[in-house]
Design a protein around this ligand. Structure first.
Ligand code: ADP
Length: 472
């Protein structure tokens, strides 16, 4: 029997383009859905995507999309990569830029038009291929929900997933005309948001179902503390909303098969080889000291302020600290100043997938003090690679990292050191608990080994998505 079809739409997909967890999810979730759906994945063909390396070819057609009297040429490209078909939308306006969304912590001025164009092109694909389900992700694809609802010929069902409510795609009212959206949608129950246009609202209002990436975040976003102004609107649409926790790709994040590693490993002896190699690479001394790592975007969300607060005290302890990330300039400056004063702090201000894998493989502890975290992938990767996660007990971190005080060897869950509230004091205390635990080698190893055997893959969550699609 022929499988139903699914179009998975995202503004970034690993390994073609990645700035964060959305790309990982857009890579790994569609693969996990393949058993039940014929899945295509669509993303923009940014100029940074390596067309030749992946063998991306121009596909069947080119179209022109006219918005407010202006015609925009669109070319479609495709490639089958690791058994999944990827479709690419190319338009100079959308794709020929240095960054995906804008320079660090800024957005390009024409982002409304860029991603509206992407949405119009997606809808053309949906019409052409009559997908059973169209799965939209974040504000960049949210307008599709409205465009699809508006077109009575399209029968596809839509699911809209919120990966991070902090980014909503908010623009000046004037853009509405230029992006081909009728003024009648400029109302409180549709796109209007404090006199501006909010793309995320289109997904929430018009999709058949809304999901977000953990059960706890699904509850948190209904409150003023986490709702970023949309808590009321989301509460109104609560009946459509569910939380499904993300997984990690079991092949890409598999320490025993990871080709990014010096020595792929499956036990703690193998891990130690990776730690020694990384310390040498980073110029850090003494492998017997615990290694704390932080990997992530340098933004408020990730709790960098808390990290900066505790680094001087933590660095005075017997440990090494390694930081990988990039983002706001003030954080770069603060981290490099601290590293000048402490030989045991190492940093790399870059985005480097291979290096991140080597760091997970080397680390004893992951520091993840995010003020809010819809799901978070780092903590699951860290646990899989034998590092205990020290996390603020919030959102997906709460759902995926259980407290070692309740350690149960028969549980299928990962254990680490959650702390709350999100204060420097609580974070430092948790880090000191980690140092104390590290001295109890037997106890520490027991938990690490347990985590390494846990299943953080998509298997359970993919089944929940399939069930959701089928029940629309
Ligand atoms: P985000 O909020 O950024 O989406 P997630 O925890 O969901 O956070 O996902 C982050 C993903 O990006 C993880 O795979 C993490 O290892 C990776 N990552 C973040 N920053 C970097 C970096 N500077 N270099 C390499 N990988 C990074």
């Amino acid at each position: 029997m022929q499988k139903p079809s699914l179009l998975f739409c995202a503004s970034e997909v690993y390994p073609f383009a990645k700035t964060g967890g959305l790309a990982d999810v857009a890579h790994s979730l569609p693969r996990a859905l393949r058993s039940e759906y014929d899945v295509d994945v669509v993303m923009p063909l940014y100029s940074s995507v390596k067309r030749e390396r992946f063998g991306i070819q121009k596909s069947y057609k080119s179209i022109s999309i006219t918005l407010n009297g202006v015609s925009y040429p669109i070319d479609f490209y495709k490639v089958t990569y690791e058994e999944t078909q990827y479709l690419f939308v190319y338009s100079p306006l959308l794709c020929d830029k240095e960054f995906l969304y804008g320079p660090p912590s800024q957005g390009y001025e024409d982002n409304a038009l860029r991603f509206a164009l992407f949405c119009h092109a997606i809808v053309d694909l949906v019409k052409e291929n009559s997908y059973t389900v169209t799965h939209l992700n974040d504000w960049q694809t949210a307008l599709c929900a409205l465009l699809i609802k508006e077109d009575k010929e399209i029968k596809t069902k839509t699911v809209f997933t919120i990966h991070n409510l902090a980014y909503q795609g908010i623009f000046h009212h004037d853009v509405l005309k230029s992006i081909g959206i009728n003024e009648r949608y400029f109302t409180m129950d549709a796109l209007e948001y404090y006199s501006q246009v909010n793309f995320m609202k289109a997904g929430i209002a018009f999709a058949d179902r809304i999901t977000t990436v953990s059960k706890t975040y699904a509850k948190e976003i209904l409150t003023p503390a986490f709702g970023y102004g949309l808590e009321g609107f989301l509460s109104h649409h609560k009946a459509k909303l569910t939380g499904i926790v993300n997984g990690i790709d079991a092949e890409h994040f598999s320490p025993s098969e990871d080709t990014f590693l010096v020595t792929p490993f499956h036990n703690l002896t193998g891990k130690l080889e990776n730690k020694k190699a990384y310390l040498k690479e980073a110029g850090l001394q003494r492998f017997k000291k615990p290694l704390f790592i932080f990997i992530g975007r340098f933004t408020y969300q990730k709790g960098i302020d808390l990290l900066l607060d505790i680094l001087p005290s933590l660095a005075m302890q017997e440990c090494n600290i390694a930081i990988l990330g990039e983002g706001e300039e003030k954080y770069h400056t603060a981290i490099s100043t601290l590293a000048k004063n402490h030989k045991n702090i190492h940093f790399d201000f870059t985005y480097n997938e291979a290096l991140s894998h080597r760091m997970y493989a080397a680390a004893d502890f992951l520091l993840m003090p995010s003020y809010f975290e819809p799901c978070g992938l780092n903590q699951m990767i860290a646990m899989k690679y034998g590092a205990l996660a020290i996390v603020h007990q919030v959102g997906g971190l709460k759902d995926t990292v259980k407290n070692i005080k309740q350690f149960d060897k028969n549980s299928q869950e990962g254990f680490g050191i959650p702390f709350k509230p999100p204060t420097s004091r609580a974070f430092l205390d948790a880090s000191k608990d980690a140092l104390a635990l590290y001295k109890e080698k037997k106890e520490y190893n027991k938990i690490v080994k347990h985590n390494m055997l846990c299943d953080f893959s998509w298997s359970k969550s993919a089944a929940l998505y399939i069930n959701l699609y089928k029940n629309i």
